[in-house]
Write a protein that binds this ligand. Structure first.
Ligand code: HEM
Ligand code: CA
Length: 689
C-alpha cells in the first residue's frame, strides 16, 4: 500500500503503466492480429494469383485452341522424316522485312517449312503395293483399271456444254495459283545422247525400267487412240526426294516451287533465279518489248514476225516458273500480266521515292504484287470455288490468323487430286475480243497449248484479256473437255497443230501421232505419288466410310456409282481424283464436299501458316494500316486496267457480265480502277532497309 501512497505519481504511473501495459497488450494483440490477418490475406491473394496464373498458363499451354469442327488434321506419320533426316540448317534473321525467294525462314521455328525443294505434306500416309514405291493394286491384289478405260467408260462424251456464270479468266488465274503452290517435275529417263527414252518402244523390257511403270495401255478399241493402233502412251514417274539427295521411306515428292502463295511463278523459287529475272535497275523485272512497243516477259528466242505468222512456236519466255510459264496462252498471259504489274508498281514507287535503291523498290513492289494475288485468291477467287458460307465457317475470312504451328506445305492430296479437279474448267476455245466486244479471232486448244506466239502480235494481249473477261467459262463438271482428254500436247514433228480438221486428217494418216489424255495422266499421277483411294480421303473429311458402292450415293450419283462398280472390284479401290470429279457440288461451291474440304485445308495452310501473309500485323514487314487499306482495294480489274489497254472491266472480275444487259456494271478503267501508292512515300514513315 505504502508503495502506493508513497508514490502517487508512480502509482498513478503504475496504475497508468498497468493500464498502459494492458492497453499495449491489446494494441499488440490487435496489431498482431491485423498483421497476421494481413499476412494471411496476402498469402491468400498470392496463392489465388499463382493458382489462377498457373491455370491460365496451363490452359494456354496445354489446351488446344478451340478446334473448328470443319478443319481436318493430317494423320500421316511420315511428314517429319525430311526434317529429321535431310533438312538443312538455315540461319534466319527474325527482323527481315521481306520473304526469302525460296520461302525459307517464313517459320522461324522450322525455317524450311514451305520452302522450295522440300516435300509435299501428306494428309494420309502413302499407299503403295510394297509400302514404298510400287504402284498400288486393288485390295484383292488385282491390277487397278487402266486409266484410259476409266475415262472412256465414265467421263468421255458426257460433256455439258452450258456456259458458266464464271468467265474464262477463272482458268488462267487458277492455273497460275496452281503453279505458285506446286510443281513436281517428272523423272525423265534419258538415252546416253540426252534424248528422252520412249517407254512404249521398250515395252517388252519395261519391267527393267521402273520409271516407265506409268506408261499407259490404251485399249485396242479406243475410239481415238485405237484408230492408229496407238496402244501405248509414255508417262514417267515423278521425281522423288531421293533425286534431291534425300532418300525417304515411303517415296516422298518434292515441290520445286515455294509452297506459299508468294508469286513464285513471277519471281522464281530460289535466290539465284530471282536475281536472274531482275533487271537490277529501278526495281524492275527484265522484260522484252514487242514491235508495237508493249512489254512482255523476256523472249528467250526472238524470231522474225514472218516466222511467227508461219504458225510455229518460236517464242518462249523467261518466267519465274520455267516449267510451266510457256505451257499455254492462258498461263503466259498471267505471267505477262503480273510481270507488267510489278514493273508498273516499281515505276510508281520509284517516282514517289526517287532515292530508293533498286533493292528497296524491287522488294516493296514484290510485296505489293504478292499481297494483291493473296487478296484476290482469298477474297474474290476462293469463295467461287468452295462457296462463301463454307469459307466463312472454315475461319478462312478472319484477318491476321498467323499461327506458327500450322505447316504451310502443299498437300499431296490437294495438288495431285483436289486442285486438278479444276482441269475441268479449261475451255476449248479462246477468243480475241476488241474494245467493241467483237470477237476478231478464236483459237482452239490444240493451237493455244504449247504456243504462246500469239501474245505479242498486234494488240493480242489486250484482246485476249478482254476475251477472258467476256466469254463464259466452262462449267466444272466430271468430264474434261474433249481435246484435253484426247489431244493434249498434240504435236507432229514438234509443231502444234492448227485445226481440228488438220488434226483429224493427220491423225488418221500418221500412226506416230502423239497426243495425250490429261485425265489418264491425272489418275496415274495419283497412283504414282501414292494417294489413298477416294473412300479413305472422304472419310478423313468427315464423311462415312463406304462399305459398298451404294454407300457412296450420299455424295455421288447412282448412275456413276454403278459405272464405278463395273470398273473397280471394291469401293476401297476408287482413285481419289475419280471420286472427287464425280461428287455432286456442295451448296454455293463449284466442287464437291471432299474436294472443298481438301482445298479449304490447303488455303488455310497458305494463310494461317504464312508469317508474311499480307494482312498479318506486328511483323517486321507488316503493311501499315493505311497501306493495308489500299491493298484491300486492288482487284484483278485494277491489275488489268494498270497493265493493258482494256478500258472497261467489272468489279466481280470472274463473272460473265453481258455488257448489253448490264452496261452500268462495267466501269471505266481510268475512272474507277485507279491505284494510289501515296502511302508508300517514305515521308509516311516507311520503309527503309
Ligand atoms: C490448258 C490448261 C492446262 C493444262 C494443259 C494443264 C496441264 C497439266 C499437266 C500436263 C500437268 C502435269 C501432269 C502430270 O504429269 O502429273 C498439270 C499439273 C497440274 N495442274 Fe494443270 N493444266 C492446265 C490448267 C490447270 C488449271 C486451270 C488448274 C487449276 C487449278 C491446274 C492445276 C494443276 C495442278 C494443281 C497440277 C499439279 C502441279 C504439280 O504439282 O506439278 N492446271 N497440269
Ligand atoms: Ca509459291
Amino acid at each position: 500500500m505504502k508503495l502506493f501512497s508513497q508514490t502517487d505519481e508512480t502509482q498513478s504511473l503504475l496504475k497508468n503503466s498497468k493500464l498502459s501495459i494492458n492497453w499495449n497488450k491489446k494494441v499488440l494483440k490487435w496489431t498482431f492480429s491485423i498483421v497476421l490477418f494481413g499476412l494471411l490475406l496476402l498469402c491468400a491473394i498470392y496463392i489465388i494469383h499463382v493458382f489462377t496464373k498457373n491455370k491460365i498458363q496451363l490452359e494456354s499451354n496445354t489446351t488446344p485452341k478451340k478446334k473448328n469442327a470443319l478443319h481436318i488434321a493430317s494423320i500421316a506419320t511420315t511428314n517429319d522424316e525430311f526434317l529429321k533426316k535431310c533438312a538443312t540448317i538455315v540461319k534466319c534473321d527474325p527482323n527481315a522485312k521481306y520473304r526469302s525467294a525460296n520461302g525459307s525462314c517464313n517459320n522461324l521455328e522450322i525455317p524450311t517449312w514451305g520452302a522450295s525443294k522440300t516435300p509435299m505434306l501428306r494428309m494420309i500416309d502413302a499407299n503403295y503395293d510394297d509400302g514404298y514405291y510400287k504402284l498400288r493394286l486393288q485390295t484383292n491384289g488385282k491390277e487397278l483399271p487402266v486409266p484410259r478405260v476409266i475415262n472412256l467408260n465414265v467421263f468421255l462424251n458426257h460433256e455439258i456444254y452450258r456456259g458458266d456464270e464464271n468467265n474464262v479468266l477463272l482458268f488462267p488465274f487458277s492455273q497460275s495459283l496452281a503453279h505458285d503452290i506446286s510443281g513436281i517435275p517428272n523423272h525423265v529417263l534419258t538415252e546416253k545422247n540426252g534424248s528422252s527414252i520412249d517407254c512404249c518402244s521398250i515395252k517388252n523390257k519395261i519391267k527393267e525400267y521402273p520409271l516407265c511403270e506409268l506408261t499407259i495401255d490404251n485399249p485396242p478399241d479406243d475410239p481415238v487412240f485405237g484408230v492408229n493402233n496407238r496402244t501405248c502412251t509414255t508417262l514417267f514417274r515423278a521425281l522423288t526426294s531421293k533425286e534431291y539427295g534425300c532418300p525417304l521411306y515411303p517415296a516422298t515428292f518434292v515441290n520445286a516451287n515455294s509452297h506459299f502463295i508468294d508469286a513464285s511463278e513471277v519471281y522464281g523459287s530460289n535466290e539465284s533465279y530471282a536475281l536472274h529475272l531482275r533487271s537490277m535497275d529501278g526495281g524492275r523485272l527484265n522484260f522484252s518489248v514487242s514491235d508495237n512497243g508493249q512489254m512482255f516477259c523476256p523472249f528467250l528466242s526472238q524470231q522474225s514476225k514472218e516466222v511467227l505468222i508461219g504458225n510455229q512456236s518460236s517464242i518462249e519466255y523467261d518466267t519465274g516458273d520455267p516449267n510451266n510459264g510457256n505451257q499455254n496462252l492462258g498461263i503466259t498471259a498471267m505471267q505477262t500480266l503480273f510481270l507488267r504489274f510489278h514493273n508498273y508498281i516499281a515505276s510508281k514507287l520509284s517516282s514517289l521515292n526517287p532515292f530508293w535503291t533498286d533493292e528497296i523498290v524491287y522488294q516493296e513492289s514484290r510485296r505489293i504484287v504478292i499481297a494483291t494475288i493473296q487478296r484476290i485468291a482469298f477474297e474474290d477467287y476462293l469463295p467461287i470455288i468452295i462457296g462463301e458460307d463454307f469459307q466463312e465457317l472454315y475461319g478462312l475470312n478472319k484477318p491476321n490468323i498467323y499461327d506458327p504451328s500450322i505447316n504451310p506445305s502443299t498437300s499431296q492430296e490437294f495438288s495431285t487430286a483436289a486442285f486438278r479437279v479444276l482441269h475441268t474448267i479449261i475451255p476449248v476455245q479462246l477468243n480475241f475480243m476488241n474494245k467493241d466486244y467483237k470477237i476478231e479471232n478464236s483459237v482452239i486448244i490444240t493451237d493455244w497449248i504449247l504456243n504462246a506466239d500469239l501474245i505479242p502480235l498486234d494488240n493480242n494481249f489486250d484482246k485476249l484479256l478482254k476475251g477472258f473477261i467476256e466469254t463464259p467459262g466452262r462449267m466444272v463438271q466430271p468430264s474434261y473437255n474433249f481435246y484435253l482428254s484426247n489431244y493434249l500436247f498434240a504435236r507432229i514433228n514438234d509443231y502444234p497443230l492448227k485445226a481440228r480438221e488438220v488434226l483429224d486428217s493427220v491423225f488418221l494418216e500418221n500412226p506416230k501421232y502423239n497426243s495425250r489424255d490429261q485425265l489418264s495422266i491425272d489418275i496415274l499421277r495419283g497412283r504414282d505419288v501414292g494417294l489413298q483411294p477416294y473412300n479413305r480421303v472422304r472419310h478423313l473429311c468427315g464423311y462415312p466410310l463406304a462399305k459398298d458402292f451404294e454407300d457412296l450415293e450420299d455424295l455421288l450419283h447412282p448412275k456413276d456409282t454403278a459405272k464405278l462398280k463395273e470398273l473397280y472390284d471394291s469401293v476401297n479401290d476408287i482413285d481419289l481424283i475419280v471420286g472427287l470429279l464425280l461428287e455432286k457440288h456442295s451448296d454455293g461451291a463449284i466442287v464437291g464436299p471432299t474436294t472443298r474440304c481438301l482445298i479449304a485445308d490447303s488455303f488455310y495452310r497458305y494463310k494461317a501458316g504464312d508469317r508474311f501473309f499480307y494482312d498479318v500485323q506486328g511483323q517486321p514487314g507488316s503493311f501499315t494500316k493505311d497501306q493495308l487499306k489500299e491493298i484491300k482495294k486492288i482487284t484483278l480489274g485494277h491489275v488489268i486496267c494498270a497493265t493493258s489497254n482494256v478500258d472497261h472491266v467489272q468489279k466481280d472480275i470472274f463473272k460473265t457480265i453481258d455488257h448489253n444487259l448490264f452496261p452500268t456494271i462495267k466501269q471505266k478503267c481510268d475512272k474507277e480502277f485507279n491505284l494510289d501508292f501515296k502511302n508508300w512515300a517514305e515521308s509516311n514513315g516507311r520503309p527503309e532497309l
